[in-house]
Design a protein around this ligand. Sequence first.
Ligand SMILES: [Zn+2]
Ligand SMILES: [Zn+2]
Length: 339
Amino acid sequence: MENKGYILGGLSFLLIIPSILLLMVLVDMVNMDESVDTIIKSDNSFYISGDVERNIPIITRQVLKETVDNVISNGNSIPNSRILIKNAVEHRMNDLCANYQNNSGVNIRCVINSVDSASDPFEVEVNSTILVMKGNITYNHIVNQNISILGTDHRNKFSINSNDSNEISDPLPFIKCKKIGGMSIKNARISYGSSLKKYLEGVNGSEIYENASSPYHIKRCPYDPYKSHGNSTKLTTLKNCIDNGYYHESNDGACLLCRLEGRATCNHYGFETFIVPSNEGNQKFIRATCSIDHVIFGNKNFNDSYPGDSVQYYFNNNTAYELFLDNGHRAKYGVPDIK
Ligand SMILES: [Zn+2]
Ligand SMILES: [Zn+2]
């Protein structure tokens, strides 16, 4: 009996140890909560300033996407995209800051100084000043952010999911062709119907662009270096690039902000994509307007458009899939010259 009692006593002692440990942890947690709380209370404005900063890219992307979607739906270019987007972002940041002020009492403002093209054409650069005012003291914080214009899925190389509503589309084809009629969107591609042929009226070989198509969403081409497009004799990389609707960095092609203004070329580092004739052509042409978007949409009088030679990038069921590239673009994408 004595022995049993001793064993029970030992057991309960063992049970008490975890309870003590648990209690210690709980007490610690309460203490920790209190200490975090005091930090927040002592410098709430620091956290709110960080929150405001983190919201600038989110709001800029929303504004960019809405601006692009608006241009796509009405086909009208906008006169000064940088100012318009800057003002729209600032307007929304004002609302956000007003909310923070109501909830926390911290007097905070966010001035968007500029929205401009970035050195990476798939980004937009936003410069802002965040001001926190406490009594007579104003704390200024200048922020420079490079914000991606790519859909979240396409930050991953080789992603092929193209139906992400988060993606930003190319507004330029709609500014150039929407009002001519016949455009539609099929399988994440712009199908031009007869609009592009009409747009190119008077240019040699414009007929080949009946029912042409180009990518709807802006996606960065992962086939880098670009010369690898022409690597295999069957041009499979070029075909994959066209099938996935990729865009390429380009000195000549316009950046997104200039595309919104209806320009195909600009002084910034921009991007370009292929506008491919439909395969109904069956090699009727060996030479036609170059199939690079900034060449086709170069300018209204076609002074900037120039021809290219046929590149057959796929052949199936007696149907030749081709596009037209000038020597410069053949060299850029590593496509061999015509034999
Ligand atoms: Zn490519
Ligand atoms: Zn530009």
